[in-house]
Ligand binder design. Structure first.
Ligand code: NZQ
Ligand code: ZN
Length: 396
């Protein structure tokens, strides 16, 4: 059965070489006059991108204020710092310069500035629902999280280490500037983790309890094959513009809901991974690679036909004698692909050690919100099944 859907993707994408030169006209179009430039730990400063944005904006009379230091798996404390700065400086537009962490931090600041009657974390605790935001745009420097076109904002609470996402169209970027040349400097690990995350955003919609939307399947399968083809090429040739461009566009299409039309997010692997990156600070895409094969084998019974379709149309295998063997071969091929691009396929490979039973219990408790929710769509995972996936991923 196909799921009814509303497809809404309002972000203006400005893609290509020198696309960042349009930043001032894009900000003006959105009515920005005092802009917060928000960025991460230094890559966008070292590359000169932050300064370039500052100069381009100030030349046209737009004032700028800077706030860097966003860490991967962005923290609530930085969000609170940003909210205070924006209020003090009367900021009316936020420009995120970086990847998913910076964009999500910008989104959270944007939610928090007009929310003067409580603390911004209320939104992540479900105590309040955002009703307005400061507009934001981004200059993307890593294809991975897809936050540049998504409605999602994932933040980690510094003390409780709860890492959680909230969704609202209010936080969608008004524009996303994407110059593939800006990704040439990515370290191989970040390139590979980003590619994994891109693939997982589509795979986590491909495996859903709905079925039959073959146009969405065809888009998803082409996207996944493209990422599998382009990633090894850019790892060997970091400045290959054409393949960096494929990855950058795939990253946006993978998480702007296009590959969900007719289907439903599963996102069990994402939810399980968020606990790994919250507890151990690991790179999100690497955490996904460490869990996916164990999740796939766990949910496979009853869904052999879908996994066999994946094996043939995505991993390009010839069908085996039966669906189960084809399905398993597809999972193994995907894991070999992850290994080939330098990603872990187990928790010990990710962390350098297995997690303890106690750590699994903590992650399961947080993921299930104290046993009150399940995760997943193709199969719903309760606490026992969450623990089973973590234990399976803890073995090799
Ligand atoms: O901090 P800097 O110095 O900029 O370094 C970053 C960071 O260390 C570096 N980097 C980025 N662009 C670079 C570069 N280094 C060299 N050259 C460049 N051009 O890469 C590192 C990772 O950056 P980060 O922004 O953390 O990566 P990513 O885009 O993978 O974002 C990960 C975060 O997004 C969340 C993840 O959970 C994680 O917190 N997600 C957000 C989603 C969303 N909002 O829709 C969905 C995702 O599923 C995901 O959960
Ligand atoms: Zn992701």
């Amino acid at each position: 059965m196909i799921k009814d859907f509303t497809y809404y993707t309002p972000t203006r994408v400005v893609f290509g070489r020198e696309s960042e030169l349009q930043v001032a006209s894009l900000v003006k179009h959105e009515g920005g006059t005092r802009v917060l430039l928000h960025y991460g730990g230094g890559s966008a400063v070292r590359s000169g991108l932050v300064d370039k944005m500052r100069v381009l904006l100030e030349e046209t009379g737009i004032a700028t204020v800077q706030l860097g230091g966003v860490v991967p798996n962005p923290l609530l404390s930085k969000v609170r710092e940003g909210i205070a700065l924006c209020r003090e400086q009367h900021i009316d537009f936020i420009l995120a310069i970086g990847g998913g962490s910076v964009i999500d931090s910008a989104k959270a600041i944007a939610y928090g500035v007009p929310y003067t009657t409580g603390d911004v974390w209320d939104f992540w605790e479900g105590k309040a629902v955002p009703s307005t935001t400061v507009p934001i745009g981004c200059v993307l420097t890593i294809p991975a999280a897809g936050s540049e076109m998504s409605s999602s904002c994932v933040i980690t609470h510094d003390e409780s280490l709860i890492k959680r996402g909230i969704n609202s169209d209010l936080c969608r970027c008004r524009f996303a500037i994407m110059n593939p040349e800006r990704t040439f400097t990515l370290p191989p690990y970040q390139t590979a983790a980003g590619a994994t995350d891109i693939m997982m955003h589509t795979m986590e919609r491909y495996f859903s309890r709905y079925e039959g939307m073959s146009i969405t399947d065809a888009i998803s399968e082409a996207l996944l094959r493209t990422v599998m083809d382009s990633t090894p090429i850019v790892l060997a040739e970091p400045d290959n513009y054409i393949h960096r461009a494929q990855l950058m566009w795939a990253g946006s299409l993978s998480h702007n809901d296009l590959t969900e039309c007719g289907y439903e997010k599963d996102f069990a692997t994402h939810r399980l991974e968020h606990e790994l990156s919250a507890l151990f600070g690991v790179t999100h895409g690497a955490g996904l690679a460490a869990l996916w094969g164990s999740w796939a084998r766990h949910v496979l019974p009853g869904h052999e036909a879908r996994f066999a379709q994946f094996a043939v149309n995505v991993t390009r295998l010839s069908p085996e004698d039966n669906l189960h063997d084809t399905a398993l071969a597809g999972i193994e091929t995907m894991e070999r692909f992850f290994v080939g691009i330098g990603m872990p396929t187990s928790i010990p490979q990710l962390l350098g050690r297995p997690v303890t039973d106690n750590e699994i219990a903590v992650m399961v408790d947080k993921c299930s919100r104290g046993g009150t929710i399940t995760v997943g769509s193709i199969e719903k995972l309760n606490t026992e099944r969450m623990a089973a996936v973590y234990r399976a991923a803890n073995l090799t």
